[in-house]
Design a protein around this ligand. Structure first.
Ligand SMILES: [Zn+2]
Length: 109
């Protein structure tokens, strides 16, 4: 069943992302404890890179959770904006997308 196939893909992605976010969190906390904020500018820059990575991952996680919700309520295969069916090739490529290609160009960056 297609729903189960995509659910498994999304759950796998979610697990991988959660692992990554936890690893980044650990790294940021560790750097924060050891860094001397007045002198170690390079470590601070490193922190900022890690934090922005963490933010990207958390946004992806929100998209995945939204996609899982859409799977549950049966709207996963239709664009959240215009209601048109999202082509399977697009879902294979971007399993967490909520929009068809046309709407994604307008809504997403
Ligand atoms: Zn659309």
């Amino acid at each position: 069943m297609e729903v189960e196939k995509y659910r498994q893909i999304l759950l796998d992605m979610k697990q991988a992302l959660t692992d990554r976010i936890n690893a980044i969190d650990r790294e940021v906390r560790h750097e924060g404890m050891t860094a001397d904020w007045s002198e170690q500018a390079s470590e601070r820059e490193n922190d900022e890179v890690l934090e922005s990575l963490g933010n990207t991952s958390e946004q992806d996680l929100l998209k995945i959770n939204y996609a899982l919700k859409r799977l549950d309520n049966g709207t996963y295969f239709n664009c959240a904006e215009c209601g048109e069916e999202i082509p399977p090739a697009r879902l294979e490529l971007l399993p967490f997308t909520a929009y068809c290609v046309d709407c994604a160009e307008i809504i997403e960056d």
